[in-house]
Design a protein around this ligand. Sequence first.
Ligand code: OXT
Ligand code: ADP
Ligand code: MG
Length: 599
Amino acid sequence: MAGMKRERAMAPEGANTTVNADNATDIESLTDGFHLLIDALKVNGIETIYNVPGIPITDLGRYAQAQGMRVISFRHEQHAGYAASVAGFLTKKPGVCMTVSAPGFLNGITALANATTNCWPMILISGSSEREIVDLAQGDYEEMDQLAIARPFCKAAYRLNHAEDIGIAVARAVRSAVSGRPGGVYLDVPGAVLGQVMDAVEGEKSLVKVIDPAPRATPSPDAVARAIGVMKEAKRPLIVIGKGAAYDQSDDVIKELVEKSGYPFLPMSMAKGVLPDTHPQCAAAARSLVLKDSDVVIMLGARINWLLSHGKGKQWGEPGSKKFIQIDIDPEEMDSNVEIAAPLVGDVGSCAQALIDAMESEGIAPPKEWLDQVHTKAVGNMEKMANKLQNNNDPMDYFAALGVLKEAINTRPETILVNEGANTLDMCRSIVNIHKPRHRIDVGTWGVMGIGMGAAVAAAIETGKQVLAVEGDSAFGFCGMEVETICRYNLPVCIVIFNNNGIYRGDGENWGGGDDPATTVFVEDSRYDVMMQAFGGVGVWAKNPDELRQAVEEALSSGKPTLINAAIDPAAGKESGNIGNLNPSSVVAQARYPQAKNI
Ligand code: OXT
Ligand code: ADP
Ligand code: MG
């Protein structure tokens, strides 16, 4: 109630909180904000912190390491944040990123917003200034009203003001991050709170281990019956599997739903491998056909957003020609873009199981001619693609380089693939098959460049597996300094840079004819491999498929931090890869710059 002063559990009566340094019993009986924050994270199963040290969190990192946590220090907070978000995607526990105030906090915000956009659980903990100074704008060191700034970019944002609130605050942050639709959470920690001291027994009692933070959510029987009704009408059904399904880790149930229904499935990029891309029901290589001609589409942890043209347009055939069944943990996702005939609200595993149980007696196997049509188209596209992969063009092109990496992943399916760029991304996605769930990590819903090195570090740290990061040279430029981080922790990461000397291509020209280079080109034949050698890693300059194959084989066998600088034909790429259509244009621009037709 207003005016009701909460009794605060401070140090026991009589004990002064300015402990008498040579009075050992006093110190033994006390704890502080630093250690309560570490204990609160550990009691909730969080073992790793991704951070960049600095005032006021440098010691927090040291103490966390002293208390047995892994504290991975990056060169820039954006990549520590990307690592934390990818850790969340891979483990279903919130990844924790820790930064300093203001500029460090702002560097972490991009990753926090990206985590929220991708529905990945992450907690950004940033040091901050005391409220009384911030609220009077008195010009503190790295002063910023971080809580207010974080709010629009995350699921939930909390601020600590007292050490005894740390247990509850961390519990709230963990539950907010993983419950319902997962996402990013901000926890604002004024430096002074870390230095607060309190009775150790009281401190221990203030810790909260979160119970069942992400409860299974089963769909209603009516919703299941409605979905089965739609499935029974289907003549040309399709299942679209999204990264929400990959995140759910219900791999066996999803496999059973796909195989029991007999439906073709289309994996979105980070859902590749939930069922192997080589599965006979995989329709990835018949994408246009199944999107256009299907009549019932089951969305499994996938949004009908820009990646699926919002469910509209010629890609989807005649308007109204489809019925959608949507499985999603977030009820508000339904009808976001198109009408959903059968919404199933719940986690992917529970919804899939409910459909399997209800399908028992109902004959819903699709007509053989649909399956044959999809299979024929997919096989045709794969044969066309296979012919392109075995070339020895000089300079090397994307197909030849990706043909080498396709073989590498086929023989080492446990390798986790990280991928970013435009052509490097879009061509790698359709050429390199993924065989295991959560073994492809890429630019996600936002298409964000720079995710690669943070993702590679998190994949190596969280799984202990070998990582192959396939990077466009521009994409690598957003995060390249983190190769020092990879070398420092001696991580099993092999980076292959597709060096075509630019963004999309490397042969652009200055349309004004001036001396400056075109806006999209880089220094020709940049030696990123020498940069890796500078930090003690293995650096290789590969100019043809044989050199690339040998270098990749050595890297994946040795597990050593390796950067392979693969020279790619500068003229081989398309503007914006497969999404050039998203670029705005006008008749004025087209008339004024006829050369635009050739990019
Ligand atoms: O069915 P049909 O016949 O149509 O054929 C389809 C499939 O059936 C078939 N297919 C196959 N055939 C044979 N075998 C197999 N296995 C197979 N699999 C599929 O292939 C076709 C196409 O199928 P696909 O690819 O599955 O489907 P499609 O049509 O492409 O799907 C549409 C999309 C939208 C779902 C898909 O394209 C997609 O997911 N795209 C993601 C796009 C994306 O996010 N791109 C990244 C961003 S681009 C741009 O923003 C960039 N920037 C700006 C920037 C960013 N992003 N961030 C920041 C912080 N700052 C700036 C920058 C700077 S990219 C970029 C750097 C680029 O330069 P780099 O040097 O890094 O890279 P390079 O381009 O290499 O130089
Ligand atoms: P993709 O880009 O692969 O198509 P999206 O990120 O667009 O996937 O969609 C993921 C969807 O999955 C989001 O709408 C999110 O609410 C949902 N989701 C996330 N986790 C779960 C889960 N465990 N169960 C069900 N739905 C989930
Ligand atoms: Mg490039």
